[in-house]
Design a protein around this ligand. Structure first.
Ligand code: FES
Length: 145
């Protein structure tokens, strides 16, 4: 292969790699990007049909929603971060104990996000973020802070 031909081939290859990297980076979502489900990066919405009974829960876009009272008012629901502050374990609402519990190491939290018990086996969990809620029709919207 001649030097000129080699350099031309190398230039085309580099251009393709750079273009691919650029397109891949442009396609990734950042923290401030709008959420495709809601159109607002700070807000996450769910339909309350997924939270029909007291104790029911659902997770969407990093938010754990759960129902703590009957009736369709924002105060009937709570929304917190969905992942544990210890090591990102999945959090679940446990109605019978009135606690949020981590599925990974068992840390528990009150519905206000305060730590009730630390992870089994050591480590430290911090308080959870609890998000403001708005109910419009059947759409329950948490505003992430
Ligand atoms: S990840 Fe939740 S207690 Fe460890």
């Amino acid at each position: 292969m001649e030097r000129d031909e080699f350099l031309k081939t190398l230039g085309i290859s580099l251009a393709l790699v750079c273009a691919g990297t650029c397109f891949e980076s442009c396609g990734k979502k950042g923290d401030g990007d709008p959420d495709p489900a809601t159109g607002n990066g700070n807000q996450v919405s769910v339909d309350i049909s997924a939270l029909a009974s007291v104790g029911s829960q659902t997770t969407s876009n990093g938010v754990l929603f759960f129902r703590v009272a009957p009736g369709n008012a924002a105060a009937s629901f709570i929304a917190t971060q969905a992942l544990c502050t210890h090591a990102n374990g999945q959090l679940n609402w446990v109605q019978s104990s009135n606690k949020i519990q981590c599925s990974s190491h068992g840390a528990t939290f009150g519905s206000d996000g305060t730590v009730s018990s630390q992870p089994i086996g050591g480590g430290t969990a911090l308080a959870l973020k609890v998000y403001a809620l708005n109910l419009a029709g059947t759409q329950l919207t948490a505003t992430k802070s």
